[in-house]
Write a protein that binds this ligand. Sequence first.
Ligand code: FES
Length: 90
Amino acid sequence: MDTYNMYVRGQEKEIKASAKRTLLDAAAAARLPLLVGCKGGGCGVCKVRIIDGMIEHGFYSKSVLTDEERSAGYVLACQARPLSDVTIDL
Ligand code: FES
């Protein structure tokens, strides 16, 4: 069972998420507008911060998601997949 809930800080929305799809795809399915660019981990437009929960980061360029940002909880929504319930900050 790889189905989780994704919560957005400051919003009442509960979004169905899955380890089989990215945070961006889950947000799009729930009509939550996230900024999107290349969808390939190369531009950084979709960067969000994980407040709580575990994430598989997926492919990304360190030029758009630095080690410091990653340590601070940032992920690229077009690449990251949840491994638990997650709360994100837009
Ligand atoms: S949309 Fe470009 S890195 Fe996610």
